[in-house]
Design a protein around this ligand. Structure first.
Ligand SMILES: NC(=O)c1ccc[n+]([C@@H]2O[C@H](COP(=O)([O-])OP(=O)(O)OC[C@H]3O[C@@H](n4cnc5c(N)ncnc54)[C@H](OP(=O)(O)O)[C@@H]3O)[C@@H](O)[C@H]2O)c1
Length: 316
């Protein structure tokens, strides 16, 4: 254990960090060890990681001293924020700065920052094609993550910027899956026209991150983009129809209609889908399955993921 490179994993109880933790633990001869960070070491997912061989350490992204303690002596860290816990871009940026400062204080040799594009590079704040949110953002949970790159680069932290994609698990947990309309027919609703939506099995993000830590110096300072498969709404609906044995139609709505749905974050999600639709060549164009396959040879495509997970999708 002592000669292994310790990776401090923020969000180890969650989707991305859990996937990374499991990828490292599944490779006991790989030379890496997991230090799982959580505010709740007693919770089931943390205990499961401990039982599988992880060191579990209490840390809070709002408490820099706790991060410094948790990063001390580690080789690297997987850093992320969870926008959906507080819905605040400014808080994501603050939490990124705390992680970067703690990484610097600990002298980490390799950090992965889980990130997304700054949509304002494509659609400036004063552009009224979509509403400005939280005063200075278009897609706050995207823009904040990219704005936070400076926290790592300014501190001189050796960082890889891992640009993730839409998790297909959103069809299970996020209410994004097919829903029954008033006639009882299943429809998949999002405002993307026929643009392709890059997606990925959340577990594969962690596997990609493990490959990046294994690759080490060749990834430092680099931006990496991943996707399991890029599919249009029509293609998603066809895959659901085939897997569920019941017709699912794609219901392409206008982004303004989607923003008006009223669920928490509907405006944010409407802007996000509109960005992905209107800047498809940049967003989907950057996420190429064949490149992600080099990191994760067993990378799932949507059909494979759906076959394994269709029973978990609530068909409301
Ligand atoms: N859903 C998608 O399609 C998608 C796609 C790309 C990117 N993302 C991004 O993914 C991020 C969330 O990552 P995830 O999906 O892996 O998370 P998740 O499964 O929702 O779990 C959240 C994780 O964040 C940790 N966390 C949150 N606040 C914390 C704090 N104050 N201190 C310490 N840990 C904290 C939690 O740790 P404890 O509770 O154990 O303390 C937990 O492990 C979001 O920012 C989102 O924008 C999501």
């Amino acid at each position: 254990m002592s000669d292994r490179k310790v990776i401090a994993v923020v969000g180890a109880r969650g989707a991305q960090g859990g996937g990374l933790s499991r990828a490292i633990l599944a490779d006991p001869d790989g030379g890496f060890a997991v230090r799982a960070l959580t505010r709740y070491p007693d919770k089931e997912e943390a205990q499961a990681l401990a039982a599988a061989g992880a060191e579990v350490v209490q840390a809070d992204l709002d408490d820099q001293a706790s991060l410094e303690r948790a990063f001390a002596g580690a080789h690297g860290a997987y850093c992320l924020t969870n926008f959906w816990e507080h819905f605040s871009a400014e808080k994501e940026i603050e939490q990124a700065h705390k992680q970067a400062a703690a990484a610097k204080a600990a002298g980490l040799q390799h950090v992965i920052w889980s990130t997304l594009e700054d949509t304002r590079d494509y659609i400036p704040v004063d552009d009224d094609r979509m509403p400005t949110l939280q005063e200075r953002f278009k897609v706050p949970h995207f823009d904040a993550k990219q704005e936070a790159h400076a926290a790592f680069t300014d501190a001189g932290v050796p960082t890889t910027f891992l640009h993730t994609a839409f998790y297909w698990e959103n069809f299970i947990y996020f209410g994004a899956g097919p829903q029954r309309d008033s006639d009882g027919n299943l429809a998949l609703t999002f405002p993307m026209g026929e643009a392709k939506l890059p997606g990925i099995a959340a577990e594969d993000i962690g596997k990609a991150a493990y490959a990046i830590f294994r690759g080490g110096s060749r990834f430092i300072g680099e931006s990496v983009f991943i996707s399991g498969e890029n599919l249009s709404g029509t293609e998603f609906a066809a895959a659901f129809t085939e897997a569920l044995g019941e017709e699912v139609v794609y219901n392409d709505v206008d982004p303004d209609v989607y923003r008006s749905f009223g669920f928490p974050g509907a405006d944010e999600m409407g802007n996000m889908f509109q960005f992905k639709r209107d800047f498809e060549s940049h967003y989907a164009g950057a996420r190429v399955r064949s490149e992600a396959l080099e990191l994760v040879p067993e990378l799932q495509d949507f059909e494979t993921w759906l076959a394994a997970n269709k029973g978990r999708i609530p068909l409301g």
